[in-house]
Write a protein that binds this ligand. Sequence first.
Ligand SMILES: Cc1cc2nc3c(=O)[nH]c(=O)nc-3n(C[C@H](O)[C@H](O)[C@H](O)COP(=O)(O)O)c2cc1C
Length: 253
Amino acid sequence: MKKKNGRNTGRAWLGTVALVLVFSAELLPAAKLDVIKLNPPDLKRGLPFMETLAVRASAREFSAKELSLQDLSDLLWAADGMSRPAENKSTAPSAINAHDIRIYVFMKDGAYLYDSPKHELLPVLAGDHRQALMMARPPRPAAPSPGASAAGATPPAPPAAGAAPPPPPPSNPPVQIILVSDGDRFTRGDPERKFEWGALDAGIVSQNISLFCAATGLKTVPRAMMDKARIKDLLKLTDAQIIFLNHPVGYAK
Ligand SMILES: Cc1cc2nc3c(=O)[nH]c(=O)nc-3n(C[C@H](O)[C@H](O)[C@H](O)COP(=O)(O)O)c2cc1C
């Protein structure tokens, strides 16, 4: 029997360990993250309401500076925090008070899920996935019109003259929020109705985020553009959990 070379066996073993470490960092990982306890909301901060509306504007350029814990805490409470816990009611209304909107927060060290009753962030996935979520999918080519043969298929229509180009993806946001409606939270309604309610509820949470940012000098933009298949896979979402919007959030560049 051939004698094994000890050095090679050692190298192979080290290689296996390195591979396992790389893959487990990518795939397992919420174990490495801690729950983030958020601060109570500072109810006194921010511009007056009418001024807030006047300055709200989408922004796509961000400083890379991380959000302070207070800003992150207030942002999430404003988005959909429990404002009337005795009645199970929050800062955002939701259809049949279903609290269907799941707020995922992507930061440098990983992704978290906002637990509004506890006002804390629960670890979901370790690793920095923020830039991946910023990717805009290239526009799909137009579908051939019915009956068009392959050879004679109508080419995709060029963009209309003077049409605005799509906005660029945001630059390095320190925080990236994804709004997901969990259709299983609705105790009644057919799938179409649940989708509609989910979209409306996500829009309301989105506007809370935009108004909080406007009132406090933070920057954000609501974005429908994102790679939903990739996010669904990363977050292990069910088919009933629909991704609607994302919000990069950060300080002005
Ligand atoms: C439902 C919705 C989807 C949007 N999707 C995107 C997007 O994918 N990318 C983007 O850069 N902006 C997106 N926007 C932002 C709009 O482009 C922006 O709100 C609009 O140009 C008006 O500018 P304002 O927000 O500064 O008033 C979206 C806005 C809404 C309400």
